[in-house]
Design a protein around this ligand. Structure first.
Ligand code: DAH
Length: 365
């Protein structure tokens, strides 16, 4: 039998195969169950031992040669297909691309970035905590025990179930629990801000069930109210990009601070919108409440695992949405969360408009 001739012919047909299905068809025709070379292998069984000794190696060599040719052809075709795809899908990253922005950065995100930038400059790190909190972190550790009337004022969304240590689950009503989490995780000294979503069962023109706060926390030795005032004044001047910010500190009450201070700022109406600046006592000006703050209550420090005789600190909490509205002149809070693309296009920021202190933290929409 002319095995070499059969082999040569098979290899010619394999080389001529133009695509992978053609190679596969040849494999089946040659090496499949009913394939021609498989048939040759079967003839070995009917041969005399001498014939088999001489024919066997030749038929096996034929099969191996054909198998190798099939594999080689398959690899070549696959390689060529890949090359072709790579060539077709090539993107020239050096081509000039038109800037047709789709989507914008939401004012809340923009303002949070601005705040992070301002506070980073003052040595604050950004901390975060879970939005699904437990009532110990959200209330108890912040000096609001179970019977505390302030709990009722928070219109809390409670969740079913509890933590492993039997604490009730809820959606955090403020960012203040991050104070506790930071103290427990990192100890003192501490200098953090914690921006994020908070939730209260409350909804009207100026309240949405979800809104944003930013918490500030400083713990160190010898911290006093003067540090609080300087920090807030420095922050608000940088944020509103004006030097004439005047603050009024008003005694107030929060369970987690002692003393507690409400911070008001002077403003006036210009073109139908509130513009922050000047003393609230100046002609044409008024005061508006801006944020809550105070010296951290000793019981809160203790709940955070710190010795109140050694460490002091101040904290503040402010509504991010309100800061955004004041700075960028939006009047309806609900529109923030409607997801209306026209609103986003009007009030949103370009993605590349990253706030930096040097270039200005207050790029215009
Ligand atoms: N957690 C308070 C709230 O949501 C805001 C607040 C007030 C935070 C005073 C503070 C603070 O850290 O010192 O109403």
């Amino acid at each position: 039998m002319d095995y070499e001739g059969i082999g040569t012919e098979a290899r010619e047909r394999i080389t001529a195969a133009q695509d992978l299905p053609a190679v596969e068809a040849l494999r089946i025709a040659l090496l499949g169950k009913a394939g021609s070379i498989s048939a040759l292998l079967k003839t070995l069984g009917g041969m005399s031992p001498e014939a088999r000794a001489s024919e066997g190696p030749r038929i096996h060599a034929l099969r191996e040669g054909v198998t190798a040719a099939l594999t080689a052809r398959k690899d070549a075709l696959e390689g060529a297909a890949l090359e072709q795809r790579l060539a077709a899908e090539r993107i020239d990253l050096t081509l000039p691309a038109p800037l047709t922005p789709r989507g914008t950065v939401h004012p809340v995100s923009q303002v949070m970035d601005e705040l992070a930038e301002i506070f980073a400059d003052l040595g604050f790190a950004v901390a975060s905590g879970p939005e699904i909190e437990d009532d110990w972190h959200n209330f108890t550790a912040l000096n609001m025990p179970e019977s505390h009337p302030a709990r009722a004022m928070h219109d809390t969304f409670y969740l079913e179930g509890e933590t492993d240590d039997h604490r009730a689950l809820l959606l955090r009503t403020h960012t203040s629990p991050v104070q506790i989490r930071s103290m427990l995780a990192d100890g003192a000294p501490l200098r953090i801000i914690a921006p994020g979503r908070v939730y209260r069962s409350d909804s009207d023109a100026t309240h949405t069930p979800m809104f944003h706060q930013i918490e500030g926390l400083v713990i160190d030795k010898g911290i006093h109210l003067g540090h609080l005032k300087w920090t807030l004044e420095t922050f608000l001047k940088a944020f509103f990009e004006r030097d004439d910010i005047v603050l009024r500190l008003r005694p107030s009450y929060f369970p987690f601070t002692e003393p507690s201070v409400e911070i008001d700022t002077g403003y006036s109406w210009q073109d139908g919108r509130r513009v922050v600046g000047g003393s609230g006592d100046a002609p044409g000006h008024s005061w508006m409440e801006l944020l809550g703050s105070g010296m951290i209550n000793a019981r809160v420090l203790a709940a955070g695992g710190l010795d109140p005789d050694q460490w002091q600190g101040f904290a503040f909490g402010v509504g991010v949405d309100r800061l955004a509205m004041l700075k960028y002149g939006m009047s309806d809070l609900r529109a923030f969360f409607d997801g209306d693309a026209r609103w986003a296009a009007h009030y949103g920021f370009a993605a590349l408009d990253v706030p930096t202190l040097s270039a200005g933290v207050g790029a215009r929409p």
